[in-house]
Design a protein around this ligand. Structure first.
Ligand code: ACO
Length: 404
């Protein structure tokens, strides 16, 4: 066999790209999204690896934005559709794709940051990704009461059709997303990822759209019957609220829906406020899992784009084998006004860490202190980790509820 080759794709490659992608996931239901995705395919952001003329591996990203600590936004490469045909695996095809993709972004300086949702937690660390946010599978039983002190906006929650819901979400989402670290900017294809039913699990009904004047919830019911009566599972897909009172109203609406036994949100935030609204917080079951994996493409650019919670002046010695332009010593300096960034230095290092560890701390979801305690981050100057950790910390858990 000749050595495989890698190249950027063109529009004509779409069908083969899609077949390799869905084939690698062993998920035939995705065939249903072949046509809608054709219109939003960005070939210039997709790579394929070829064995002769046969496409054997793919990786893509779409151009997006993400809210960073300090309520600022940066450009994000939202990486998706990474797959290698069964039969061609463990021969370095994905490594070729990751190199082409990350080095392409590095050379063009197009995106300071990339992020993805991983199928398996052990894949992406070797490419310099760090676990930047966590998701929680949150389950709350029907009618679970709130504390009396919780203010619920009494204006009505209405069920509306998809088109009205999409228009409403389109108007409301940006202002809320701008305040929430980890939330994505939305381009024209967002509804395909968030509300398209075509590849939803068969046991779930179609998407429903509940709208309040200051928020909305998209959900799917799963009919279930138990000995004592209805015990439906209500799956939340997305919940967005501009005020705490609207948030409470939407949760009350979901929890009080007739026939429902349990409301479950597969991708809730680790610090979801509804848990603290409950009269008995033990009623909420929470299972933690990994959320966004984050990659700093150019660490100096990425670090200058976010804001900092406390002043800092520390020298980091960063290891990065995969995007070697990031490797070396950087002075991370942040001022009392929250601005900051990293510049090259020859000064002795205070902290030694890998690029993936810095990426994990970038959105504030993982602290450098945590990574120090487990032995991944080395403190060369006593107290330096606490200073850097305090600067990178955020006041709410970063989170991304959007699938991509
Ligand atoms: C954002 C997303 O789309 S996430 C989706 C990822 N895709 C999938 O899970 C679909 C099913 N799986 C696949 O298509 C393939 O197995 C892939 C894409 C995960 C890996 O492709 P391969 O070509 O086999 O990977 P490749 O041979 O380049 O391996 C690169 C490294 O990753 C490691 N690796 C590859 N797959 C896995 C895995 N599933 N779990 C753990 N490590 C893995 C390899 O051991 C290798 O490690 P090394 O460099 O330290 O020796």
């Amino acid at each position: 066999m000749d050595e495989p080759t890698v190249r950027v794709l063109s529009g004509d490659d779409y069908d083969e790209f899609f077949s390799v992608f869905t084939g690698s996931f062993l998920d035939d239901s995705r065939e249903a999204i072949r046509e809608p995705w054709r219109a939003v395919f960005e070939p210039a952001n997709a790579h394929g690896v070829f064995d002769g003329r046969e496409m054997i591996g793919v990786a893509a990203f779409f151009d997006s934005g993400i809210t960073l600590p300090g309520q600022v936004r940066t450009r994000l490469a939202a990486v998706t559709a990474v797959g290698v045909k069964p039969g061609h695996r463990r021969r370095g095809v994905m490594r070729m794709l990751m190199r082409a993709q990350l080095h392409g972004m590095g050379e063009s300086r197009s995106h300071p940051v990339a992020a993805l949702h991983a199928t398996e937690g052990s894949i992406y660390g070797r490419f310099g990704y760090g676990l930047g946010t966590s998701d929680v599978v949150l389950s709350i039983p029907r009618r679970a009461p709130f504390l009396r002190s919780v203010e619920v906006d009494q204006r009505r929650v209405r069920e509306v059709g998809e088109q009205e819901a999409l228009r409403f979400a389109h108007d409301l989402y940006p202002a809320v997303a701008a305040r929430r670290t980890g939330w994505l900017a939305r381009g024209p294809s967002w509804h395909l990822r968030v509300v398209d039913d075509r590849s939803a699990p068969k046991e779930q009904g179609r998407m429903r759209f509940a709208v309040h004047p200051d928020g909305y919830a998209f959900y799917r019911p799963e009919p279930r019957w138990a000995d004592r009566g209805p015990d439906y599972l209500l799956h939340v897909q997305e919940l967005v609220a501009a005020t705490p009172q609207a948030y409470a109203a939407l949760w009350r609406y979901l929890l009080d829906t007739d026939l429902v036994g349990e409301v479950r949100w597969q991708r809730a935030a680790p610090d979801e406020p509804v848990v603290d609204m409950l009269a008995d917080p033990r009623q909420a079951r929470r299972q933690l899992s990994d959320g966004l994996w984050v990659r700093l493409i150019h660490l100096d650019r990425a670090l200058s784009e976010r804001r900092y919670r406390a002043p800092a002046d520390v020298v980091l010695e960063v290891g990065d084998d995969f995007c070697e332009w990031n490797a070396g010593r950087w002075r991370l300096a942040a001022g009392a006004d929250g601005t900051g960034g990293a510049t090259r230095t020859q000064a002795p290092p205070d902290i030694r860490l890998g690029i993936g560890d810095l990426a994990a701390a970038y959105l504030g979801g993982t602290t450098l202190g945590q990574l120090h305690r487990c032995g991944r981050v080395e403190e060369l100057n006593p107290g330096a980790v606490a200073v850097a950790s305090g600067a990178l910390d955020t006041d709410h858990a970063p989170h991304c509820q959007e699938p991509f």
